[in-house]
Design a binder for this molecule. Structure first.
Ligand code: FAD
Length: 459
């Protein structure tokens, strides 16, 4: 099979945004606009912030601006795994926040439950399915880790026969099925649905409106935008991987590109050949891991593995396409599902992840408490961004709350060094993680040094 040709036949755009019901583009800000709260960024972070602010206080005037369009960036191009975890998984959370890990887990489940409850309340149909997820072992050394993971409440260990009875892949040696902590959803429909819900509550949304600077403005903040200015009492920044308007935050994140393929819809015979009756999200437990799921129309979405960083924190539309990564992904796809040989891919795309060194979001304020931010979700922000929105609103309230008192909210990750060290560090880490995957998970000196510095990554 010529995989390079097969993947190039796919549409080079996110499957989730390639729909006839995509909303029309909204007008930009021109001139001066006044509001109580200005939200910068129309991804999930900004949209939940605007929605929750209006729900809490319908009198508050809220404006949301996006440099391009609602949902075009990570929020419209992810895997659609909406996780309860706020900490990029249990291992990372337990290690970084041991004293409050139980609280963070409770808050995470409450957050996922609240997302599920908000959808019907606001009439948002985003194909939400609370299927749970299976972590699978694809190498023998990963099996014991899954047994440990399955000691957690609500997680069931699956041996090779049991995991293949769920999803039929010869690559799967064992699994750990968490039945409640993951929902799968349609990210594009969620972003568009949240925006429509915001507007029904009175939020004014402007697109094509990049914000370029923040400045104190009497008792509020002036947000300079391309063709005007927002005069806001307070500002919430949901700007993710894009250059932070608060400059001192820039060293805390780096953009890392992640890539996805989506197949053509599976025929009834192909569906029968893979099983997957319970439609769980699947991820494997290598350092360079894949994730996969069924879409609402029964395609397979297959992403992950490569994580590409460009020198100087490079961000570019050109990086959304990477033929060699798509070919690698296709090769791994057919090794996982050999019974699907002959199926084609309909879509291929990539997107930038706002990676920070602790792998879960960090929060804070600037401009004397009038500007709040939540950044650094590191590839697991579909669910956690609603929590980040609540944190931003609590920080802006100026009152201590359960969320503002959390060590996770009060602390920051270790910043990345300037170039060329950032580039060299990321390349050394990628090389070492790939090597660890080939050597039974054994971490070399570099990875152990990062672990000791609180920057270690283990999926
Ligand atoms: C390929 C891929 C797969 C992923 N898979 C998953 C997954 O399965 N599950 C999961 O939980 N997470 C996943 N993620 C991560 C998840 O998508 C993000 O954590 C989440 O969407 C972040 O939302 P956000 O609103 O913070 O950022 P974004 O969606 O990136 O939105 C930020 C918005 O801010 C706007 N903006 C930035 N700066 C300015 C400015 N100065 N002025 C105006 N507007 C500005 C941008 O235009 C953009 O629309 C994935 C990410 C990628 C790229």
């Amino acid at each position: 099979m010529d995989l390079a040709r097969l993947v190039l036949a796919a549409e080079p755009r996110p499957f989730w945004l390639d729909r006839p019901d995509a909303p029309p583009v909204r007008a930009p800000v021109r001139g001066e606009v006044a509001c109580d709260l200005a939200v910068i960024g129309g991804g999930f972070s900004g949209l939940w912030t605007a929605l929750l602010a209006k729900e809490a206080d319908p009198q508050r005037s809220v404006v949301l601006v996006d440099g391009r369009q609602v949902g075009w960036a990570a929020s419209g191009r992810n895997g659609g795994f909406c996780e309860a975890s706020l900490t990029h998984g249990t291992a990372n959370g337990r290690e970084r926040f041991p004293a409050e890990f139980g609280t963070l887990q409770r808050l995470g489940v409450e957050n996922l439950d609240a997302i599920e409850a908000a959808l019907p309340r606001h009439g948002i149909d985003c194909d939400f399915e609370r299927t749970g997820s299976i972590a699978v072992a694809t190498s023998e050394y990963q099996v014991d880790g899954l047994r440990e993971f399955a000691a957690d409440d609500g997680v069931t260990f699956l041996d090779a026969a049991a995991v293949r009875a769920e999803v039929n892949s010869p690559a799967y040696l064992a699994g750990a099925w968490d039945k409640t902590s993951t929902a799968l959803l349609h990210p594009g429909r969620l972003a568009w649905g949240l925006a429509a819900a915001c507007e029904r509550l009175g939020v004014r949304i402007f697109e094509g409106t990049p914000a370029t600077a923040l400045a104190g403005d009497g008792s509020g903040v002036a947000v300079r935008v391309r063709d005007g200015v927002l005069r806001a009492g307070q500002v919430a920044l949901g700007t993710s991987v894009f250059p932070a308007l608060v400059r001192r935050l820039r060293p805390y994140t780096v953009p890392v590109y992640d890539y996805v393929l989506v197949t053509e819809p599976l025929s009834a015979a192909q569906r029968a050949a893979v099983g997957w009756q319970n439609r769980q999200g699947i991820w494997d437990t290598g350092n360079q891991f894949h994730y996969c799921r069924l879409t609402p129309d029964n395609r397979i979405l297959w992403g992950g593995f490569d994580a590409i960083y460009h020198f100087g924190r490079g961000l570019s539309a050109a990086y959304d396409q990477r033929p060699e990564t798509f070919t690698t992904l296709a090769e791994h796809f057919f090794a996982t599902f050999p019974q699907l040989e002959g199926i084609g891919f309909s879509h291929r795309w990539g997107g930038a992840i706002d990676t920070c060194s602790r792998f879960c979001a960090f929060f804070g304020t600037a401009h004397r408490g009038r500007v709040a931010y939540a950044l650094g979700y590191t590839g697991l922000g579909v669910g956690a961004s609603r929590f980040g929105a609540r944190v931003m609103l609590d920080l802006l309230s100026g009152q201590p709350t359960e969320l503002t008192q959390l060590a996770m909210v009060r602390s920051k990750p270790v910043p990345f060094p300037p170039e060329p060290l950032a580039y060299l560090g990321v390349q050394a880490t990628r090389w070492s993680l790939a090597r660890a995957d080939r050597r039974g998970g054994r971490r070399n000196l570099w990875l152990r040094a990062l672990d000791a510095a609180g920057m270690g990554f283990d999926s």
